[in-house]
Write a protein that binds this ligand. Structure first.
Ligand code: SDX
Length: 390
């Protein structure tokens, strides 16, 4: 059930709910999906295996994994009518705006798979979303950069297929760069769930009214788009570009952050739960070093390393327990892969999708679950009458 933990005007910590999916210890920097430490899953499991784990509660057997992969390939394509809809958006539309609209529109194309009370429809909606989100994302990327969309290739694995749809068939008939595919897979694993963060809480709140999985995930995508949440990975790159262009050096930018009147935040730093370090950020930083090393020096990466080093020894940040979070280094990797900054949060959404689905299913399967109805503390005027003659 949903109980009140603390009440505050910002609705920031009000609700809490039971869940068996993800465990976080913010002090110790622990993150586990269904009991498995993120470090072990990052080493040993693929994103498709983690999707199965989060949604069904167990890592898949070989047969289960192959069956899921087959169903994802089978449903990867999207109807031409949906492609036409995606093409109708203004050229400069933010990919997250188009993505949430497309996911909501899937309910129109799959109206018979929207009943949360029908297990078969929930299973199919789960596979449809997992299978089609990368295809929709790749279509958005291709058309927003003036390139023809690339259809899914059912001979490829899930992540490889996404990269091929996004960047086109590699020249000379070579396959997708295995290092990029491995890096993308790992980043999706690291983003796959994070208990009751803003967007997952949104999916639960919308799902609690028994809205469809498509409608609930579409709402989650909108919550994720905010710069304080998933939009931070794009905001970090824009911050680094601004430092390079305007501030010139890290010290003057940090000075601006510490000036309360400037209302400037060090994007990619801080977290509501992690107060010592974000375990994902360690993995991502290591991956950034590996990927960026391939292309020689990277000015923005050097700026990011300087920012981290200075912030971690500056009392403003240390006193407020601010450390690099999951978004601090990811944008640098996505940029090195060839994605434009406005696609970074779309990549976060693809990674977070299994977590959103798992939480929605857990809520809808809970016989005690009730519609979300947070309480408010009324602070407005007491009863009063209209002025005479009013
Ligand atoms: C994600 O919840 C999740 O799990 C989210 C996520 C997930 O996987 O789903 O981990 C993904 O959203 C990561 C966070 C990405 N957002 C950013 O990087 C944006 C920058 N960070 C913040 O704005 C902030 O740190 C939050 C939103 C992440 C957390 O905000 P809180 O917990 O509400 O903290 P706060 O705003 O109350 O700040 C406490 C103090 C304030 O200073 P004082 O008023 O006490 O003087 O710390 C300061 C804030 O001004 N502060 C920062 C800061 N973050 C907090 N100051 C400078 N730079 C920052 N980044």
């Amino acid at each position: 059930g949903t109980g009140l933990v603390t009440l505050d005007p910002g609705f920031a910590n009000t609700a809490a709910c039971r869940s068996e999916i993800t465990y976080i210890d913010g002090e110790a920097g622990i993150l586990r999906y269904r009991g498995y430490p993120i470090e072990r899953l990052a080493e040993a499991s693929t994103f498709v295996e983690v999707c199965h784990l989060l949604i069904h509660g167990e890592l898949p057997t070989e047969q289960e994994r192959d069956a899921l992969s087959e169903r994802l390939r089978e449903h990867a394509d999207i109807p031409d009518a949906l492609r036409d809809l995606l093409n109708a958006f203004p050229r400069g539309a933010h990919p997250m705006t188009v993505l949430s609209s497309a996911v909501n529109t899937l309910a129109a194309f799959h109206a018979d798979d929207c009943d949360p009370g029908d297990p078969a429809q929930v299973e199919l909606a789960t596979v449809l979303l997992l299978a089609k989100l990368p295809t929709i994302a790749a279509h958005i990327h291709r058309t927003s950069t003036g390139q023809a969309p690339v259809p899914p290739d059912d001979s490829l694995g899930y992540v490889e297929n996404f990269l091929r749809m996004a960047f086109g068939p590699p020249s000379g008939g070579a396959g997708v760069d295995p290092l990029l595919s491995k890096a993308m897979d790992l980043l999706f694993v690291l983003h796959a769930d994070h208990e009751l963060n803003c967007s997952t809480a949104t999916v639960r709140v919308v799902g609690s009214s028994q809205a469809s999985l498509f409608a609930s995930v579409s709402a989650g995508i909108n919550a994720l788009s905010g710069p304080l949440h998933g939009g931070a990975n794009q905001a970090v790159l824009e911050m680094l570009e601004e430092i390079r262009r305007v501030d010139g050096d890290v010290d003057s930018f940090i000075k601006k952050v510490k000036d309360p009147d400037s209302r400037t935040r060090l994007m990619g730093f801080g977290h509501r739960v992690y107060k010592n370090f974000d375990p994902r950020s360690k993995e991502i930083k290591r991956l950034a070093q590996q990927i960026l090393a391939r292309q020689g020096s990277d000015e923005l990466f050097d700026l990011a390393l300087q920012l981290e080093e200075k912030a971690l020894s500056d009392s403003y940040f240390v006193d407020r327990r601010l450390y690099p979070n999951v978004d601090f280094y990811t944008g640098l990797i996505y940029r090195a892969m060839g994605f434009p900054t406005d696609m970074f949060t779309v990549l976060f959404a693809i990674g977070r999708l299994p977590g959103w689905i798992a939480h929605w299913r857990e809520l809808l399967a809970d016989p005690d679950a009730r519609i979300a109805r947070p309480r408010q503390l009324y602070t407005g005027p007491n009863e009063r009458d209209l002025p005479a003659g009013g």
